[in-house]
Design a protein around this ligand. Structure first.
Ligand code: NAD
Length: 357
């Protein structure tokens, strides 16, 4: 396969970790006979410094003309003084919108080798945890009407949560398809006891479920879901939810794994196009110090192989290589435990490359 990728390394540790993911993709290319071609573009603080804006038109154009996008992270102390609408992080919202990335897929996997990093009691996560949050990414309250108005209680601010049937339907289809590939269990999270938008959400999810009779569908209120995630996370397999609920629940789920440097994510558009990125930020405290864990980005590249290009065997080869180095006791500083072998960003890349044969 010939694959054209847009690379958006971004800021902080973004370039450090994307570099290692590219090495891994090139090795996959050698072993499985694929050719990867890359075009690197600017976003975030790096783009502000060079082009005066966080998401230059050229970046959008290159991403749109590529088969997929691999992103590091954006943001950093240097740009924290800028007003909200000029900050590097705005590039993420812009990319999601411009590229039509309506489905955010965030797996939360507790690797057995890293069980001690989990903040929950061991008996709760015994045998590992492996769930996926499918979050709606371009609708709801983050993109709804917002503004200010005068009230008899003083100035009021408002943000509108709104979902249209089609927006719910397309994310529900992504989630049901995902459930079909996993354990055929789907939990839709809403607040239908209070919110009209949630009642519409629930009705549409129920309608879509008729096309997936093999999938067991459950509905759960978001407050209960937040509680169940720490009480018994193993009850979940695929969770589908709105933009704001997904933002919160996916962060909660990822914290259960205890290792922010390990978790990948995918943001998908209609068709196979997607943007792939680690869930962590730009970690300016360790940028350029060979301390960043590149595994979340490398696993994001594995998700890209699977979801955009259908290269399941290649994706599994990458996942197995990551697990193999953990099983051999190698640890970057963020997941270090007593008795393990310390490695840096580059060494992690070297060791993973060696496991792909
Ligand atoms: P962060 O995820 O960058 O860092 C939180 C902590 O985790 C830090 O101590 C950091 O050193 C550590 N860490 C993160 N990734 C790591 C990795 N791969 N290996 C080892 N340690 C790792 O979150 P933050 O400190 O809240 O944010 C820093 C900047 O990143 C901010 O400007 C923020 O807005 C931005 N941010 C960007 C994204 C994104 O680009 N998707 C996401 C979150 C935060």
């Amino acid at each position: 396969m010939n694959i054209k990728l847009a690379l958006v390394p971004g800021d902080g540790i973004g370039p450090d970790v994307v570099q290692q993911a590219v090495r891994v993709l090139d090795k996959i290319g050698q072993v499985y006979n694929h050719h990867f071609e890359y075009e690197t573009v600017l976003a975030g603080g790096a783009a502000i410094d060079v082009a005066g804006e966080c998401l230059p038109k050229e970046t959008i154009a290159v991403c749109k003309s590529s088969d997929a996008v691999l992103l590091g992270a954006v943001g950093g102390w240097k740009w924290d003084v800028l007003p909200g609408d000029q900050r590097p992080e705005r590039a993420l919202l812009g990319l999601r919108k411009e590229l039509g990335l309506f489905a955010n897929i965030r797996p939360a996997i507790l690797f057995e080798e890293l069980a001690e990093a989990c903040p929950l009691k061991q008996e709760i996560v015994e045998g590992g945890m492996d769930l996926v949050v499918v979050r709606e990414l371009t609708g709801g309250i983050y993109f709804g009407e917002k503004g200010f108005k005068q009230t008899d209680m003083g100035l009021a601010a408002y943000d509108v949560e709104q979902y249209a049937e089609e927006e719910v339907r397309r994310i529900a289809v992504v989630a049901f398809d995902m459930a079909m590939k996993r354990s055929r269990k789907l939990c839709s999270v809403d607040k239908a006891n209070v919110l009209e938008s949630s009642r519409l959400w629930r009705r549409v999810v129920n309608e879509v479920s008729k096309d997936y009779p093999e999938v067991t569908l459950e509905h759960m209120y978001v407050d209960n879901a937040a509680m169940q995630l720490v009480r018994n996370p193993k009850q979940f397999d695929v969770i589908v939810t709105s933009n704001i609920f997904g933002d919160i629940l996916s962060d909660e789920a990822s914290m259960i794994t205890g290792s922010i440097g390990m978790l990948p994510s995918a943001s998908l558009a209609q068709g196979n196009f997607g943007m792939y990125e680690p869930i962590h930020g730009s970690a300016p405290d360790i940028a350029g110090l060979n301390k960043a864990n590149p595994m979340a980005t490398i696993l994001s590249a594995a998700m890209m192989l699977k979801y955009t290009f259908g290269l399941t065997i290649e994706a599994e080869a990458v996942e197995k290589a990551v697990k193999a180095i953990l099983a051999k006791g190698y640890r970057t500083p963020d997941i270090m435990s007593p008795g393990s072998k310390p490695i840096g960003t580059k060494e992690a890349g070297d060791l993973i490359l060696k496991e792909i044969t």
